[in-house]
Design a protein around this ligand. Structure first.
Ligand code: NAP
Ligand code: HSE
Length: 429
């Protein structure tokens, strides 16, 4: 490779803009770290006339992907546009053309990572994707490098910053005596303005973004291919201010967690859902637009990563890390990527865990009917409370099987005018 590393950047939005900024600000540092100068030759966008937070010299801008991909002088293509297509095809074309690729695209890596990683190896180029999971946190690099000599037992993460930010803003609203529902909407708008949210924020709030990241994280932590559809997903849209209030009363935090663990029978279970965590959990202090990953492994015991999980500069930091890795070692490893091996996965229904259950019924009689099956399970009840409309009661169950429990809960939800909110508790390892 020459002393100049030439780049095509696909996308000049939040992440692309952040990368262009850091490439300029840290040019001398990057040269010192790699012995190479980085030169941007093309920046692909949809609309070259759009005003941009970060100025791009007009001669670099193009709307023609072939210009960015087919330039024989370009060594590395940075895919920072997002979405499945045309991003996936452009990554494939770039690899076929013998370019290294760096991407922040968790959707593409969760859906087609296996195919693309194999293609990169065949073509003798590198495909790196640190920014696709938890923004600035070097978690994928750590799992493949410094921690690779450990058997990972569990990986638990707050991997979506938008939802973590929304939950924090809802808590703040409760403290200020404001409605949690308006706090939710305002926080989502703020996350969009700050560039944390996806182009379609449904992906954040319904847990899809965290599901993509979990498929990638679990694959690298447990060294087996994790099909996206095997990762259970639940978002935060059904949570209310009462759930946050109860979390606080119980001395717990309420987070959208990504949890992957190896079960005693050898199967891997990966899932995303709102979870109540105790104060002692390292992820309890991960608040606002931050992400965190807490790993447990048979050598290092436990380790946590905590930092900005989204935003222009934080994400660009991970992209630059990958760029430096390519500049230093442009050859892919010769051995087969162990994270692409097939392996068995287990559905969430095979787990046993504890649950928080919040029942709301129009009157005490209706509440008693809802309580009945939880009593039989040996749940602990908090005293019932009168709300403006109806009566509320919270119970915590002992560990019970998810499949059987959800069947019972579905029956309770058939009762007219009943609210049956269920939130899982994080179990000890
Ligand atoms: P963004 O702000 O919406 O920017 C997307 C950029 O790609 C824009 O410049 C857009 O062009 C360009 N683009 C999109 N589709 C295109 C197409 N078909 N042809 C040409 N150009 C196209 O998105 P972002 O937030 O930077 O996210 C980019 C990627 O990084 C996504 O995969 C996202 O999941 C990932 N990511 C984002 C963050 C974050 O904090 N935002 C963090 C980690 C990972 P125009 O400017 O002309 O519209
Ligand atoms: N929308 C994502 C988040 C961006 O909020 O975490 C970072 O991947």
């Amino acid at each position: 490779m020459s002393k100049i590393l030439r780049l095509s950047i696909l996308g000049a939005g939040t992440v692309g803009g952040g990368v262009l900024t850091l490439l300029r600000e840290n040019a001398d540092l990057l040269e010192a770290q790699t012995g190479k100068r980085f030169e941007v030759r093309h920046v692909l966008v949809r609309n070259p006339d759009k005003p941009r937070a970060v100025a791009v010299p007009p001669k670099l801008l193009t709307t023609d992907p072939q210009r960015a991909l087919c330039d024989p002088k370009v060594h590395v293509v940075l895919e920072l546009m997002g979405g499945l297509e045309p991003a996936r095809t452009l990554i494939r074309d770039a690899l076929q053309a013998g370019k290294h690729v760096i991407t922040a695209n968790k959707l593409v890596m969760a859906v087609s990572g296996d195919e693309l990683l194999r293609l990169a190896r065949q073509r003798g180029v590198r495909l790196l994707y640190e920014a696709s999971v938890a923004g600035s946190l070097p978690i994928l690099d750590a799992l493949q490098g410094a921690l690779a000599g450990n058997r990972i037992q569990r990986a638990v993460g707050i991997v979506n910053s938008t939802t973590n930010f929304i939950l924090r803003e809802m808590e703040r609203a409760l403290d200020a005596g404001e409605p949690a529902e308006t706090a939710y909407t305002n926080a989502l708008q703020k996350a969009q303005q700050n560039g944390y949210a996806e182009a379609d924020p449904t992906s954040d709030v319904e847990g899809y973004d965290a599901q993509y990241k979990t498929a990638i994280l679990a694959r690298l932590a447990f060294l087996q291919y994790v099909p996206l559809e095997s990762v259970y997903r639940e978002g935060i849209t059904h949570l209310s201010g009462r759930d946050l209030l109860w979390a606080r009363r119980l001395n717990m935090g309420l987070k959208l967690l990504s949890i992957s663990e190896r079960l005693p029978d050898g199967r891997l279970c990966a899932r995303v859902h709102p979870t109540l965590i105790p104060r002692e959990c390292p992820l309890y202090v991960v608040r606002g637009a931050f992400s965190g990953v807490w790993l447990q492994g048979n050598g290092f015991q436990e380790m946590s990563f905590h930092g900005f999980g989204a935003g222009a500069r934080a994400t660009a930091s991970a992209v630059l890390g990958d760029l430096i890795a390519v500049a230093r070692s442009p050859k892919p490893p010769r051995y087969e990527d162990p994270s692409l091996r097939p392996g068995e996965t287990a559905p969430i229904e095979s787990l046993s865990m504890r649950y928080f259950v919040r029942l709301v019924a129009p009157d005490e009689d209706a509440l008693r009917t809802l309580r009945e099956p939880l009593h039989l399970l040996g749940a602990e009840f908090h005293p019932a409370e009168a709300l403006e409309q109806g009566v509320e009661q919270v119970a915590l169950t002992p560990p019970v099987n998810e499949g059987a429990f959800q069947t019972q809960i579905a029956r309770l939800r058939e009762q007219p005018d009943a609210t049956v909110q269920v939130i899982r508790l994080l179990s000890a390892v």
